[in-house]
Design a binder for this molecule. Structure first.
Ligand code: S3P
Length: 435
């Protein structure tokens, strides 16, 4: 179904200071963990976006009172979950469904977790396997949502996680809160650690030693008072836009600089990007700071190994940067991209091809020889927020007017994306299409 589109024209000189909405991963966790903490949790800077609103609605459907002080400020009265009236609808939120599944497995009532057609296509075996090992009564037809969960006594396990996934790690650790004995997760690489940081701030006995995390249930969780920092994954679109558009000089403030998330900055700097990062403090136990980006001539690079998980959501926008870089960019070890909201390797390669790009897909990544000239066309966002926004940034360095169909999904993580980019001086606007 067609909906709003972005119209984008080539830009010159993006300038200014701005910020981005709150971190999506932390916003999901803030409402879910806030629901578990006994007492009043206060959250400021909360991301009100498609995905996180779905998590919030699910928590409310579990009987948790939430006062909306404003769109971005919540007061959650946590500590007791009640049986929901019907299935919980996580819409497009992969993080939402996988994390809440871990919590639901430990409840004394039945629940069904479901979502959009897109969410129903995403793999759930990755959480079903460890949760069932813990004794959970969780089932799904063909290992896809809807997930049906019935009460069961959980036991702690040691789980060697086959992929470096923060969602899987979090589902297991959250179930571990309700298990007999300690739960250990061994991750093959350093997946984002927001769950560990937040649970630790809530008084949970959770210890990280290298790539092993051990959680020992120790009673009630304390409520939180936190301000969610800006999302580096949203900032990435503005960072690449400023690097690619000539004469740009942009500063982003209040951005989460957690090391498990900043792989994109390391990789862009290796490509020759003029990016300076200044840490200014801590928010919600996470380092926060400013990022200044100046237009830069980029060169190709090789990306593989541990950094892949530290920038797993940034490959669509990296593709755009690589198209404008001099020389070859090779990405390996990124097969997880094929099971995100879409198969991001093939969807991005296919859409960018409409702008004239040539991208070689590989099983676990892609190869791009740059720089390539892009010419305007109509491209499609595939109901994948990061695809829509990456294609829009490509439009800033594409000759003619690029139309990105399916713009609305950008709001799954970055409401106000087009307005923010336009505020830096770009010619981008949202146009309403007739349905
Ligand atoms: C997330 C983890 C990542 C990431 C997603 C958010 C999280 O997924 O792609 O956008 O908040 O835990 P995986 O853990 O499945 O790699």
């Amino acid at each position: 179904m067609a909906n709003d589109c972005f119209k984008v024209r080539p830009a010159r000189g993006l300038k200014g200071r701005t910020t981005v909405p709150g971190d999506k991963s932390i916003s999901h966790r803030a409402v879910m963990f806030g629901a578990l903490g006994k007492g009043t949790t206060k959250v400021r800077g909360w991301l009100s976006a498609g995905d996180t609103e779905a998590s919030l609605a699910s928590v409310q459907a579990l009987g948790v009172p939430v006062e909306r002080v404003s769109q971005h400020e919540l007061i959650i009265q946590g500590g007791q979950l009640l049986p929901p009236d019907g299935p919980l609808n996580l819409v497009n939120a992969g993080t939402g469904i996988r994390l809440i599944a871990g919590i639901m497995c430990g409840q004394p009532f039945e629940s069904v977790l479901d979502g959009s057609e897109q969410l129903r296509r995403r793999p759930m075996k990755r959480i079903l396997t460890p949760l069932q090992m813990m004794g959970a009564n969780i089932s799904a037809v063909n290992d896809r949502a809807p997930l049906t969960i019935k009460p069961a006594q959980l036991r702690g396990i040691k789980y060697d996680m086959p992929m470096a996934s923060a969602q899987v790690k979090s589902a297991v650790l959250l179930a571990g809160l309700f298990a007999r004995g300690a739960t250990a997760v061994v991750q093959p690489g350093p997946a984002r650690d927001h769950t560990e940081r937040m649970l630790s701030a809530m008084g949970v006995d959770i210890v990280t030693d290298g790539n092993t995390i051990v959680l020992t249930p120790n009673g009630e969780l304390r409520p939180m008072d936190l301000t969610v920092p800006g999302d580096i994954s949203s900032a990435a679109f503005l960072i690449v836009a400023a690097l690619l558009v000539p004469d740009s000089d942009v500063t982003l403030t209040g951005i989460n600089l957690n090391k498990t998330r900043t792989g994109i900055i390391d990789v862009l700097q290796a490509m020759g990007a003029d990016i300076s990062v200044t840490e200014t403090g801590l928010e919600a136990g996470e380092p926060v700071g400013e990022i200044r980006i100046k237009h830069s001539a980029l060169k190709g690079t090789e990306v593989g190994g541990d950094v892949v998980v530290e920038m797993i959501d940034e490959f669509p926008i990296l593709m755009v940067a690589a198209l404008r870089a001099e020389g070859r960019t090779v990405v390996r070890d990124a097969q997880e991209l094929r099971v995100k909201e879409t198969d991001r390797i093939s969807v991005m390669a296919g859409e960018l091809a409409k702008l004239g790009a040539q991208i070689t897909e590989t099983a676990d990544g892609f190869i791009i020889d740059g720089p390539q000239r892009l010419t305007a066309a109509t491209v499609y966002g595939h109901d994948d927020h990061r695809v829509s926004m990456s294609l829009s940034v490509a439009g800033l360095v594409t000759e003619g007017e690029t139309t990105v169909l399916d713009a609305r999904c950008a709001g799954d993580s970055f409401p106000g994306f087009a307005e923010t980019v336009a505020g830096l001086g770009a010619d981008i606007h949202v146009e309403l299409l007739q349905q």
